[in-house]
Design a protein around this ligand. Structure first.
Ligand SMILES: NC(=O)c1ccc[n+]([C@@H]2O[C@H](COP(=O)([O-])OP(=O)(O)OC[C@H]3O[C@@H](n4cnc5c(N)ncnc54)[C@H](OP(=O)(O)O)[C@@H]3O)[C@@H](O)[C@H]2O)c1
Length: 169
C-alpha cells in the first residue's frame, strides 16, 4: 500500500526583515513573483485570514478560497469562497487534496507553520521600514532549504529577490 501525504504549502513574499505588508498592502510590485504565485496556486485551494481576503478586490480566478475568521456573522457572496472559523477547520476542508496553500497573512502564517510541510518564500533583498505585518522567523531546525533561485533587479522589478523552497526536515 502506498501512503500519499498531502502537501500544505505556505507561500509568501517577505523582505530581509520579514516584512509582509504596510497599511494593508505590499510595499513592492514584483510581476514575476505574482506570475509564479499564480502558476503555483492555480487549481488548488488557498487558505487565508479574513484580513488578507478583505484586501482583495475580487477572488483570484481558478482557486478555491477558504477564509478564516472568528466572526460567526461573516459571509461572502463570491462563488468558490468558503468561510471557516479556525485553521483546523480550513485544513479539514483540504485533507483529500494532494496540494493546498496557506497564503497569509502574518497571523495565519504564524499559526500555519506547525501544520505546513512546505514553504515557498520569496525573499526580497531589501528591508522595508515601517512594515506592520511580518512573516515568522523560519526555525532551521525544523526546515531545510531545498532549492533557491535568484531573480535580479531589472526595469520591471525594483528589488532583486530569491525564491526559497523549504521542506520540513
Ligand atoms: N507579502 C505576502 O506574501 C502577503 C501575503 C498575504 C497577506 N499579506 C498582507 O498581510 C496583511 C494581513 O495580515 P494580518 O496578519 O494582518 O491578517 P490575516 O492573517 O490575513 O488575517 C487575520 C484575521 O484572520 C482571522 N483569524 C486569525 N486567526 C484565527 C483563528 N485561529 N481562528 C479564527 N480566525 C482567525 C481573524 O479574522 P477576524 O478579525 O475576522 O476574526 C484575524 O483578524 C495584509 O496587509 C496583506 O496585504 C502579505
Amino acid at each position: 500500500m502506498t501512503h500519499t501525504m498531502n502537501t500544505i504549502c505556505m507561500i509568501a513574499a517577505a523582505g530581509e526583515n520579514n516584512a509582509l505588508a504596510k497599511d494593508g498592502d505590499l510595499p513592492w510590485h514584483l510581476p514575476d513573483d505574482f506570475k509564479r504565485f499564480k502558476k503555483l496556486t492555480s487549481g488548488h485551494a488557498i487558505i487565508m485570514g479574513r484580513k488578507t481576503f478583505d484586501g482583495f478586490d475580487k477572488p483570484l480566478p481558478n482557486r478555491k478560497h477558504i477564509i478564516i475568521t472568528r466572526d460567526k456573522k461573516y459571509t461572502t457572496d463570491f462563488e468558490g469562497c468558503t468561510v471557516v472559523h479556525s485553521l483546523e477547520d480550513a485544513l479539514e476542508m483540504v485533507k483529500d487534496d494532494s496540494l493546498s496553500f496557506i497564503i497569509g497573512g502574518g497571523e495565519i502564517y504564524k499559526q500555519g507553520q506547525e501544520f505546513a510541510n512546505k514553504i515557498e518564500l520569496t525573499r526580497i533583498h531589501n528591508s522595508f521600514e515601517g512594515a506592520d505585518t511580518f512573516f515568522p522567523e523560519i526555525d532551521l531546525s525544523n526546515w531545510e532549504l531545498v532549492t533557491e533561485e535568484f531573480h535580479p533587479e531589472d526595469n520591471r522589478h525594483a528589488f532583486s529577490f530569491t525564491y526559497l523552497t523549504y521542506a520540513r526536515s
